[in-house]
Design a protein around this ligand. Sequence first.
Ligand SMILES: NC(=O)c1ccc[n+]([C@@H]2O[C@H](COP(=O)([O-])OP(=O)(O)OC[C@H]3O[C@@H](n4cnc5c(N)ncnc54)[C@H](O)[C@@H]3O)[C@@H](O)[C@H]2O)c1
Length: 248
Amino acid sequence: MRGLSGKRIILTGGASGIGRATALRLAEEGCIVGIFDLNEAGAVETAASCAGGQAMAFTVDIADRAQVTAAMETFERERGPTDGLANIAGWDTPVAFLDTDDAFWEKVIRINLHGPMMMHHVVVRGMAQRGSGRVVNVASDAGRVGSSGESVYSACKGGIIAFTKTLARELARKGVTLNALCPGPTDTPLFENFTTGTGIGEALARAIPLRRIGQPGDYTGMIAFLLSDDAAYMTGQTISVSGGLTMV
Ligand SMILES: NC(=O)c1ccc[n+]([C@@H]2O[C@H](COP(=O)([O-])OP(=O)(O)OC[C@H]3O[C@@H](n4cnc5c(N)ncnc54)[C@H](O)[C@@H]3O)[C@@H](O)[C@H]2O)c1
């Protein structure tokens, strides 16, 4: 990818799944990666596995302003100003909407909507001041076409898509681009919550035109592209990478 090597990228959710695979790919492309995740051991392991020896791990709850600010300040003091942000952390478990309660709503919204908004509020401010930056928000096709058992999560992911478009409009003149990526069903610990012992995984694989569930590595090229100079003329877009399951 053009203009990616040497970029400093803050990435959330790097301890596991799509975030981990993305951290490794970005490091392979020559990026200096700051991994923000609640899972300290996982984040440290990913950072240690990144090529180049410059990745840093931070134990951060992405919805906590003080933790996000402290981690960003340390990353920028040690490695320099942030060029790109990839919001990948997320969480859900399947529950029919009528069986959910306020505490569940608060948890899902905190991780999937409040957290990414906090990351933008803290990290993107500097990009706007410096006049350049790239953001990739990992949403979900649940936010475009819905997903049974994922009502609150779908609301958050739809919210992130709308938020990405709005901020893309607000910040275009400051040189900051934002795009959203929607993965389809993907073989990660999050997806295991939905599928263990249910047969849903096999049924979904049959419904996907490309005939398989996604793997974390299926998204890393698109994320790297959206963070690179090759994507300089692209902002406010939502891209599904889902083996053809959704063709929006
Ligand atoms: N797996 C799928 O089928 C699928 C489908 C569509 C979209 N997605 C999205 O892809 C992204 C990555 O999901 P994944 O499947 O790789 O999940 P995963 O469970 O493997 O990884 C999620 C990571 O987010 C971290 N995290 C959760 N809450 C956090 C918080 N408050 N602060 C910091 N870190 C936190 C976890 O510790 C974990 O390391 C999520 O945004 C998810 O919604 C996943």
